[in-house]
Design a protein around this ligand. Structure first.
Ligand code: HEM
Length: 582
């Protein structure tokens, strides 16, 4: 194609004489999205495209006479200078709206390699054989602070992977801890807003941080992560998790549930409170720089991917809800198995093109990997695209190189048109179904559907009743705290507990007395010693306003805070994903 264009151009007198001139792609560096994607993902070894034009031009190819002199009338810029206006307009529009969450991000390309055979568990092509390697893009992020906020700040870290598989793109959109604050989609925006800036005065609002935690019993596990040194990793030295439960389906249509874990081969390291404050001040770009420099100097970062596996039958037997993202699966009961390795080895070429415009969605799945009956996961699979269509101002985001499914064996969407459509679009292909051309005949001009082999395997839901009834096992139950109590009393070391107490007290002192009281009630439900230790570290004038005995007594009913039990399932856990009987 490029040769054809070139030979045509050469016949036109006065044409740009550059060899392989490809401006038809209307891309800044004269290359199209799939070519860019193949290169930045490291599949082809071409060097970064360079602009070899002898002269600067406008977006529309007109030569710019010089850079320092607008058309002017006696020194006043003349509005008819379309070249100056274009430059100003492009500048004025050059920043994207930042992500509403996870705006501060840094990223790299690399590969995923299968190291252990899991083909009996999933038919996903990228996991089909040991040694198989798939290019990937990974974006790391903080969650609730703005794009330019210091990236060592106390916050969860996002860990989003996009695997360019031969069956389309697979996105895994996880975090650096295994649980989330809420399990109900209604509380998602509340949770995030409580950790974002106060809308009235734009100040960081620790009162809101603690107030949300004080009123949502299931948020204590993630809350403990947020206040421990877990929330202040040393740059990219952290473990990551898929958090939710996923469903893996094998070639026989049998399924299991899985949890994803990613262990850093470069080791997990954390900063304490003071080191975090210092790092933020000394280098606001600490985590970004750590990744960039490592890769720039030829190094790599690697995580080992592990899974825990649970059969649908086992999922009915556990004393915790396996589809509740505020809970973990105990490793003693569900051991870790190795799957493969994530390697980051190439820096992006252009931050805006490759990192800002990246769009991950928990709904971007491939055959063999499906959603479990986790309410929040199902909602996330639905709404991330909505956020991106607004943020990137187009539904045609698959054309952006980093999002382009450039290795998919098949690509023939039945969607067409829309803003910023720059590819071949629908062309002559029928875009309505059924049609008289749709067939598997090689001569046909329309693709057909892949059918049952790629269809989701059915699982049973709790019932066929539409209602607002809750299906959570631990809702309104003291068992809500079992796992977080285990973490606090048995898993954490003395030093980790000590840091948790001091970190918490240093921030809880910014909260109102009523919030401090209710927050300590939740912590006392985990352990009275825990609430006492935080209380002991609060300033004396604040302690005197709190009644630690009353807090201890109220903790017996902490699990009922914020609960309307009229919505609670009468059968306890009932949101169960069992196979459909044949
Ligand atoms: C409860 C509700 C949640 C809400 C309302 C929410 C909302 C969002 C939104 C709107 C975005 C920005 C999408 C974009 O513009 O590209 C986002 C990004 C992200 N979310 Fe969530 N999210 C929630 C829960 C979670 C959970 C449970 C996880 C992890 C298991 C998670 C991990 C991420 C990550 C890693 C990103 C950044 C992706 C990137 O690097 O571009 N989120 N989320």
């Amino acid at each position: 194609m490029a040769a054809f264009i070139q030979s045509t151009l050469e016949k036109v007198p006065g044409v740009d004489p550059r060899p392989m001139q490809r401006s038809q792609f209307f891309s800044g560096l004269n290359e199209g999205p799939a070519a860019t994607a193949s290169r930045i993902a490291g599949l082809v070894s071409e060097k970064q495209a360079e602009d070899n034009s002898p002269y600067y031009t406008s977006n529309f190819g007109q030569l710019l006479p010089d850079s320092g002199h607008p058309l002017n009338i006696g020194g006043i810029p003349y509005q008819g200078d379309a070249l100056l206006l274009e430059k100003q307009q492009a500048f004025d529009r050059s920043k994207l709206q930042e992500r509403i969450v996870h705006p501060a991000g840094w990223a790299a390309f690399g590969k995923f390699t299968v190291t252990k055979d899991v083909s009996s568990l999933t038919k996903a092509s990228f996991l089909s054989s040991v040694g198989k390697s798939t290019p990937l893009f990974c974006r790391l992020s903080t969650v609730t602070y703005g794009r330019e906020y210091p990236d060592a700040a106390r916050n969860p870290r996002g860990f989003a992977l996009k695997l360019y598989t031969d069956e389309g793109n697979y996105d895994m959109v996880g975090l650096n801890w295994p649980v989330f604050f809420v399990r109900d989609p209604f509380q998602g925006p509340d949770n995030i807003r409580s950790q974002q800036r106060n809308p009235q005065n734009f100040l960081l609002d620790f009162n809101a941080w603690f107030d949300f935690l004080a009123n949502v019993p299931e948020s204590q596990h993630a809350g403990m992560m947020l206040l421990s040194d877990h929330a202040t990793p040393d740059g990219n030295h952290f473990s990551a998790y898929g958090c939710h439960t996923f469903k893996w389906v094998n070639a026989e249509g049998k399924f299991v549930y899985v949890k994803y874990h990613f262990r850093p081969q470069h080791g997990a390291k954390q900063f304490d409170f003071d080191q975090t404050i210092m790092t933020q001040g000394v280098d606001p770009d600490y985590s970004k720089r750590q990744l960039y420099e490592k890769l720039h100097n030829g190094g790599t970062y690697k995580w080992t991917m592990m899974i825990q596996v649970m059969t649908p039958e086992e999922a009915t037997q556990t004393n915790f809800d396996p589809f509740d993202v505020t809970k973990i699966w105990p490793r003693g009961q569900f051991p870790m198995q190795e799957v493969g390795e994530v390697e980051l080895n190439r820096n992006p070429e252009d931050y805006h093109r490759d990192v800002e415009q990246a769009a991950f969605s928990p709904g971007s799945l491939v055959p063999g990997i499906e959603l479990s009956p986790d309410t929040l996961l199902n909602w996330r699979a639905f709404f991330y695209r909505d956020a991106q269509y607004t943020r990137l101002q187009s539904a045609n985001i698959h054309q952006i190189p980093v999002n382009c499914p450039f290795l998919s064996k098949f690509h023939s969407p039945d969607n067409y048109w829309g803003s910023m459509r720059i590819d071949g679009d629908a062309g002559k292909k029928p875009t309505y179904f059924p049609n008289s051309y749709q067939s598997t005949n090689p001569g046909s001009r329309a693709p057909t559907f892949a059918g049952k082999s790629v269809a989701e395997v059915p699982h049973q839901a709790a019932s066929n009743i539409i209602s607002r009834q809750s299906h959570w096992q631990h809702e309104g139950e003291a068992s809500e705290y079992d796992q977080v109590r285990e973490l606090y009393t048995r898993v954490m070391t003395d030093t980790q507990r000590e840091h948790l107490h001091t970190n918490t007290a240093k921030l809880l002192k910014f909260a109102d007395t009523i919030v401090q009281h209710k927050y300590l009630v939740q912590q006392a439900a985990i352990s009275k010693d825990y609430a006492q230790a935080i209380y002991d570290l609060l300033p004396g004038d604040q302690q005197s306003k709190l009644d630690i005995e009353a807090i201890g007594k109220e903790s017996a009913e902490a699990h009922l805070v914020g609960r309307d039990l009229s919505f609670k399932s009468k059968d306890g856990r009932s949101f169960m994903g069992m196979p459909v009987p044949s």
